[in-house]
Design a protein around this ligand. Structure first.
Ligand SMILES: O=C(O)c1cc(=O)[nH]c(=O)n1[C@@H]1O[C@H](COP(=O)(O)O)[C@@H](O)[C@H]1O
Length: 265
């Protein structure tokens, strides 16, 4: 079954478009878990237990796992999330020459969807796009201030580069498996892009810690009810001051975000 059909079902089941970002910064993991064999896994397991009923997906960012123990923690995390019935979107922002991307694309044997970088062009993404079951979220207009350096550059046609990326992503969507990443900190761009590509679901990061706009994230992020609004630190570290109760506070934070987003769905 196509990823976006599965995501649609998941959104209906949990009545939520929240993507819970699993970015377990080792420096912010509570003291009492730091002697664990794999502290990031111990942390994620408790976060998953406390949040899964409100999570449309879990989105681990690969940057937080790129070392031997990290990969073990990630594998445990993915298996556990799947055990709870939650799809996993690996935020890896990958792409390379075709021969190399074929290796990266094997990541999709373990997870349900991935984020990819479009700047090497179609052949660099083909092994991801060819996977009909997996979701492929193409970076389009990112949430960070420096996103403007390249993505806002005006082409000879007058359109900004990020709009060209959206147009290409639409062409690349032959298997109905492509979405866009558009930051919640970019409300005007979100609105323009929704008009330009009405059928592509968006992953909208940047609410919570980055201060993005939750209302526009929902209003423009969803295509036919399908899309994701991500918060990572705003959920998983909401209970940073709560010691051993940190996961309970994360559970309350995801519930609050879900309710807030559902006001606008
Ligand atoms: O691809 C992403 O998810 C992403 C794109 C973007 O434009 N901005 C952005 O913040 N992200 C990711 O979304 C998450 C945001 O984390 P918080 O700011 O803690 O909610 C991080 O994992 C970022 O790497």
């Amino acid at each position: 079954m196509n990823f976006f059909d599965r995501l649609h079902d998941r959104i209906v089941t949990v009545d939520s478009v929240v993507s819970v970002g699993l970015d377990p910064d080792p420096k912010r993991i509570p003291e009492h878990l730091r002697n664990h064999d794999l502290p990031r896994w111990a942390f994620n397991r408790r976060i998953i237990d406390a949040t899964h009923e409100h999570a449309a997906v879990f989105k681990p960012n690969a940057a937080f796992y790129e070392d031997p123990d990290g990969w073990r923690a990630l594998e445990e995390t993915i298996a556990y999330a799947h055990g709870k019935g939650v799809p996993v979107l690996l935020d890896a922002k990958r792409a390379d020459i075709g021969n190399t991307t074929r290796q990266y694309a094997q990541l999709l044997e373990k997870v349900d969807a991935i984020t990819v970088n479009p700047y090497m062009g179609r052949d660099s993404l083909q092994p991801f796009l060819a996977n009909e079951e997996a979701g492929v979220f193409v970076l389009c207009r990112t949430s960070n201030p420096g996103g403007a350096d390249l993505q806002d550059l005006e082409l000879e046609t007058g359109e900004p580069l990020y709009e060209r990326v959206a147009a290409l992503a639409d062409l690349w969507n032959e298997n109905d498996n492509v979405g866009l990443v558009v930051g919640a900190t970019k409300p005007e761009e979100l609105e323009d892009l929704r008009e330009q590509v009405p059928d592509l679901p968006f992953l909208v990061p940047g609410v919570g810690a980055q201060g993005g706009d939750a209302e526009v994230a929902v209003e423009f992020g969803l295509a036919n009810g399908v899309g994701l609004v991500n918060s990572s630190r705003g959920i998983i570290f909401a209970g940073e001051e709560a010691g051993e109760k940190f996961a309970d506070v994360a559970g309350q934070a995801v519930k609050r975000l879900k309710a807030r987003l559902n006001q606008y769905r």
